[in-house]
Design a protein around this ligand. Structure first.
Ligand code: ZN
Ligand code: ZN
Length: 342
């Protein structure tokens, strides 16, 4: 892969000659001339989603409620937050590396906003830990993977794919890194989210649930952003888009997600068990593949076992499936004008 110079006076930013990668851009952000019109609409949505965890109220109530959770629920709460903290940490530091190879300023603009949002997500876990969890337990959560081999294995697997691209920036490693990023954004977060939704469904830890709602709303724009990048690559560089790699990586990610979720939630949380986790993860994988215009990996799985959770989370009456839409009433400004998915 060719790395963009920071400033390239010989570059050509004209829309007709622009490509998603491997272009010859100057490095300047000329955002008036846009080739990828979805990026313009996404900018509005992502900026409109702005929020800060310090303004989300009610965590003091969660601190009281936390003490009445079962031991299994407390372990799950801590383990899931540990995994989410890892995901947002690695996203914050890894995302800028894509901008070194993407040759569209309108898309790089969005990646910068995404990196900012991942940093806010890290701050939101800090806020939760500060308010809900006793100081002596915080380190245990940040470094859960030190004593938990399943989590260590997961974190290492994700980190290694990103690291491989940084160390050996070949076309294939770039593509693998993009798919890993897409899986992280679109699959890895969601069993954790389902756990928090389930607590809220039982009127538990509702402030944490609200915070997770904000995070999820951001993550869903990241899913769309990387689905769009991948679809542009498929259009412009079809030889790079290797469906077999996508299917193989999806299958591995699904298996790991199920193993981890069973390990940390098992059959100990009412409403979640090994069967629902398997069905949900496979269903989600099919949905995410469809976003890339690919056939399902698990055609026998056609529904989610967590339909009841969609209803409690989806407060926007026009959208019935919150997993695929933006939950709009969380905040002041949410502009959804224009088509931001294609
Ligand atoms: Zn995030
Ligand atoms: Zn994200």
């Amino acid at each position: 892969m060719h790395k963009n110079p920071l400033f390239n006076p010989q570059g050509d930013d004209t829309v007709a000659n622009r490509s998603i990668i491997k272009g010859n851009c100057t490095g300047l952000f000329n955002l008036n001339d846009v080739k990828y019109s979805w990026a313009k609409s996404m900018y509005q949505v992502m900026v409109g989603n702005f929020w800060v965890p310090e303004k989300v109220g009610g965590l003091a109530d969660d601190a009281i409620m936390y003490k009445s959770l079962t031991a299994n629920e407390q372990r799950a709460y801590k383990g899931i937050i540990s995994f989410l903290t890892f995901l947002d940490s690695i996203q914050t530091v890894n995302l800028p590396s894509y901008a070194e190879y993407i040759t569209s300023s309108e898309v790089n603009l969005l990646i910068s906003i995404q990196a900012f949002q991942e940093a806010i997500h890290s701050q939101s876990y800090t806020t939760i830990l500060e308010t809900v969890i006793e100081a002596r337990e915080r380190e245990e959560i940040y470094y859960f993977w030190r004593d938990d081999e399943v989590l260590l294995h997961r974190n290492t697997y994700i980190g290694q794919i990103y690291q491989d691209f940084k160390d050996f920036p070949s076309d294939e490693n770039f593509f693998r890194s993009l798919i890993a990023n897409y899986l992280l954004e679109s699959l890895y977060f969601y069993n954790g989210f389902a756990f928090f939704d389930t607590l809220v469904y039982h009127s538990k830890m509702t402030a944490t649930g609200r915070m997770i709602g904000y995070i999820r709303r951001d993550e869903l724009t990241h899913v769309t952003l990387f689905a769009n990048i991948l679809k542009e690559i498929r259009k412009e560089f079809p030889e790079m888009f290797n469906e077999q790699i996508v299917y193989d990586m999806f299958a591995t990610a699904v298996d790991q997600e199920i193993t981890w979720t069973d390990h940390i939630l098992g059959n100990s949380i009412p409403g979640i068990n090994e069967e629902t986790t398997t069905q949900y993860t496979r269903w989600l994988a099919n949905q995410r593949l469809e976003r890339l215009h690919m056939d399902p990996l698990y055609p026998e799985v056609v529904s989610t076992p967590y339909a009841h959770l969609e209803k409690i989370q989806d407060t926007n009456s026009e959208k019935t499936n919150f997993f695929e839409s933006t939950v709009v009433n969380y905040t002041q400004s949410s502009s959804m004008n224009g088509s931001w998915d294609f």
